[in-house]
Design a protein around this ligand. Structure first.
Ligand code: PA5
Length: 460
């Protein structure tokens, strides 16, 4: 079981304009310092996501709840947004959506269907409410802050359906939230709803290995212990401050140098696996919300992440990646064993346009496409790296998640920003509160009223 990174194509030895040996050597000490600062944050428990991988007590909250719920529900629905939803969506797509390798049909019998409502579009929510049997549905309300307007609105709507139907809602809800803060804790108490913990030192986008992602996937029958073991293994590999041996360090430093020294301001995350397509969205949130910041000296920093999918995007975005602005790096994710393969049959030996495909397989084709695209990009001076995993299974996903979370934490140190806050989303929230009449938003109302109104000259 391995996870490795080949970053040859990030370096000037392979790619014109890539990172030079001198730059890389110069960043060794910088990384050591960044690693030490992050270690300090983790050791003093200011930042807790690494510890979640080995927190047995936290794991048992989810496992015990999942065991007690076994057989009681046909559908499990996550109500949450951002970091409270994207990790579960990624795990669901990777481990449940493609039935053949996740859990065979027999093992899946008895496990409920998993849905994630990560938006407040009434069309989606009304649609799901129309499909599920309320008595046989478990709603997991996930909010670290316990007060996010989107999630609370979803909850209020769903909860009222139970009251209207004369059903006792307590057994159909479970909350996942901060141990002490926010509106969900007191609500849990007054409604008699069970509430599991998101440790206070783990923020939304770093929380997938807490009950945020572990509870819904445990309820779906996924081996959550293997998920955490994979993460813990990666955390151990990243204990070293020696750059060349620390995979998350290599990822962070290669992106940071490419961005700050070579104008590679965008990071395209492109797995060559349908199972990993939603991992790209999870990564995008992690990289964007953690690193896109105003530094204390007033500098705007952060690399813009962009999701893509191989081989599909070879017929879409790759043209831009090849010949568009030279402002991107690409992160490919390759999968060594896909668990299933399909051989391409040779029915038309005389048709040269298809005959060459005969005898190859789809797993071979998708892998060849990745290597060909990576090589072609390198030849055009477009830096890229490949993260290789053996299989898409809980262990490797846990490792990949920890690798990218640690890389993000290190990158925060390298850029000189706090990777764990998100002050930039506040103003929009305050304006929304102002329009919805939330008490305490009087200042935002005033500020909102000073904004230019829609101007007839600029409308068509
Ligand atoms: O990463 C983050 O902190 C955010 O994306 C949050 O996850 C998102 O805003 C939802 O917040 P909460 O979990 O408090 O409802």
């Amino acid at each position: 079981m391995t996870i490795s990174i080949d970053y040859t194509n990030m370096m000037s030895t392979a790619v014109a304009g890539g990172i030079s040996d001198t730059e890389w050597a110069g960043s060794v000490a910088t990384f050591e310092a960044a690693h030490a600062r992050f270690r300090e944050l983790a050791a003093s428990e200011v930042v807790g996501f690494v510890g979640a991988a080995t927190d047995e007590k936290l794991l048992s909250q989810s496992v015990e709840f999942a065991e007690s719920a076994r057989g009681n529900f046909d559908d499990v629905v996550v109500l949450g947004i951002g970091g409270s939803a994207l990790g579960t969506i990624a795990l669901r797509t990777a481990l449940l959506a493609y039935g053949w390798n996740a859990l065979d049909a027999a093992a899946r019998r008895g496990f409920p269907r998993l849905h994630v409502l990560d938006n407040v579009d009434p069309v989606t929510i009304a649609g799901l409410l129309g499909r599920v049997d309320l008595a046989r549905t478990l709603w997991i309300v996930i909010s670290k802050s316990g007060g996010t307007a989107e999630t609370m609105s979803q909850f209020l709507i769903v909860h009222s359906r139970y009251i209207e139907a004369g059903l006792e809602p307590a057994r159909n809800f479970v909350f996942v939230t901060d141990p002490t803060q926010g509106a969900l804790r007191p609500l849990a108490q007054s409604l008699g709803v069970r509430a599991l913990d998101i440790p206070s030192n783990i923020g939304g986008r770093f929380s997938v290995l807490t009950p945020v992602g572990v509870l819904p996937t445990a309820l779906s029958g996924i081996d959550v212990r293997a998920l955490l073991e994979g993460a813990a293994d990666m955390a151990r590999r990243c204990e070293t401050a020696e750059l060349g041996r620390n995979p998350a360090g290599v990822y962070a430093v290669s992106q940071w140098l490419s961005d700050t020294g070579h104008g590679r301001t965008m990071n395209v995350f492109m797995p060559y696996s349908d199972q990993l397509r939603d991992l790209a969205d999870w990564f995008v949130q992690l990289w964007a919300e953690s690193l896109g910041k105003v530094r204390r000296d007033g500098e705007f920093v952060g690399q813009t992440p962009l999701p893509a999918l191989g081989a599909t995007d070879q017929h879409s975005q790759v043209q831009l990646f090849m010949e568009g602005p030279e402002n991107k790096t690409l992160t490919f994710v390759s999968v060594k064993e896909r668990g299933v393969d399909l051989e391409i049959s040779g029915q038309f030996p005389d048709v040269t346009g298809v005959a060459y495909l005969a005898g190859h397989s789809l797993a071979e084709l998708i892998d060849v496409e990745l290597r060909a695209t990576a090589g072609a990009l390198a030849k055009r001076g477009r830096p890229n790296l490949t993260i290789a995993i053996d299989r898409v299974d809980p262990w490797h996903l846990g490792g990949l998640i920890m690798l990218l979370e640690l890389a993000t934490a290190y990158a925060g140190q390298l850029y000189g920003v706090d990777a764990f806050d998100q002050p930039g989303v506040e103003l929009g929230k305050q304006f929304a509160y102002a329009m919805l009449g939330r008490p305490g938003s009087e200042a935002a109302v005033k500020e909102w009223e000073t904004l230019p109104r829609p101007d007839a000259r600029w409308q068509v």
